[in-house]
Each structure stands twice: as C-alpha cells, then as structure tokens.
Design a binder for this molecule. Sequence first.
Ligand SMILES: [Zn+2]
Length: 53
Amino acid sequence: MNIKCCEEHADLAIDVIVDELGVAPKITKLNEAEKLSTACEYCSEKAVYIVSN
Ligand SMILES: [Zn+2]
C-alpha cells in the first residue's frame, strides 16, 4: 500500500495504514520532480510524502 499525500494529510495517511494493515508505516519524502507531478490523494494540493507499509 502506497498513499501519496500533502503535509496536512500525512497524519491521515498514517492512520489509514495503521488501521487497515496494523503495521507502522514508512514515510518517504518525495523529491522535487515527483512533488510537481503528484497530487495528494485526499485533496488537490501537491503531495509531499509517500506513506507506505
Ligand atoms: Zn492533502
């Protein structure tokens, strides 16, 4: 599971992974190029993090 999210929704993405999978998520920062081409899954902001299991 991989959730791309903005700064504001990082907590939400972490909760989703903990709730659904019961594991501690890994949080990776997107690089500059990826930030420009990736949108948050919960709003229309640019994504900053990838939260994965
Ligand atoms: Zn967002």
